[in-house]
Design a protein around this ligand. Structure first.
Ligand code: ADP
Length: 241
């Protein structure tokens, strides 16, 4: 199920310090939204709050479901998944085994690895989408940095995640890997929703459908790439960094 993400008056406070300070955000299904802002703006904390990792007040709705107050695994069960800056894959297992395990979340790993005869449709589709088909029998630990990130995204796809939250997916990538990642995100956003925390402005210009700029825990500006770039408040914040 895909659904709009509706955030209202979101606040996250750490020991009296307000990291997210009354954020309203609407992300429609199929959006490819970039979240930008200077270091410490609250981007990661906002994503943490959506996924159940940071205690927050206000409201975060995915379709009809209120997410705040749900533990992480119950947020995940609604079809919301994220990646972190460092890819977390099983290095000793092959690409295919990593995807199998993600697809069969909840089933015993031994059974999954032993019983696989045919590649399940969703796993084959994820291999194809992420461009990893030719690498499916390689241990994940041998993959290039970019391929590991794509595998991690593939692991969300096979879990039927509808809202993907990606934390700096192109950090450390080569130019070619960035281009491939941009194309991958656009393919994914054809029928899912993607939110990307990003610092790389060239990547943003090439890939984003919409942009939200956070500053000091608040939404500073929002719109298309062109609208946000033309906003004097955004220029001020970035020049003042
Ligand atoms: P961004 O991702 O935009 O760089 P963060 O969300 O990581 O910003 O951080 C926002 C602010 O909240 C920063 O000032 C950071 O120091 C603070 N912060 C984040 N997590 C914690 C925490 N667990 N405890 C205390 N302060 C935190």
């Amino acid at each position: 199920m895909n659904a709009p993400l509706t955030i209202r008056d979101l606040r996250v406070t750490f020991d009296g310090f307000t990291a997210v300070d009354g954020v309203d955000l609407d992300i429609r299904p199929g959006d490819l939204r970039f979240l930008i802002g200077p270091n410490g703006a609250g981007k990661t904390t906002l994503v943490d709050a959506v996924t159940g990792l940071a205690p927050a007040t206000g409201s975060v709705r995915f379709g009809d479901h209120e997410l705040l107050g749900r533990p992480v695994h119950r947020v995940a069960r609604l079809g919301i998944g994220r990646t972190f800056q460092t890819a977390t894959v099983f290095e000793q297992l092959t690409v295919l085994q990593n995807l199998d395990i993600a697809a069969g979340a909840g089933r015993p790993v031994r059974t999954l690895l032993r019983q696989r005869r045919n590649i399940p449709d969703e796993v084959a589709a994820a291999l194809e989408t992420t461009g990893l088909t030719a690498h499916r029998d390689r241990p994940a630990g041998e993959l290039a940095h970019g391929q590991k990130q794509w595998l991690e995204i593939g692991m969300l796809l096979v879990q039927n995640v509808r809202l993907l939250l990606l934390d700096e997916p192109v950090a450390g990538m080569s130019h070619a890997e960035r281009e491939a990642t941009g194309a991958l995100l656009r393919r994914i956003a054809a029928d899912r929703t993607v939110v990307v925390i990003e610092h790389d402005m060239d990547f943003l210009r090439a890939v984003a459908r919409s942009v939200t700029v956070l500053h000091a825990g608040r939404v500073l500006s929002e719109g298309t790439v062109a609208e946000v770039r033309a906003d004097p408040r955004v220029q001020e914040v970035y020049l003042g960094e």
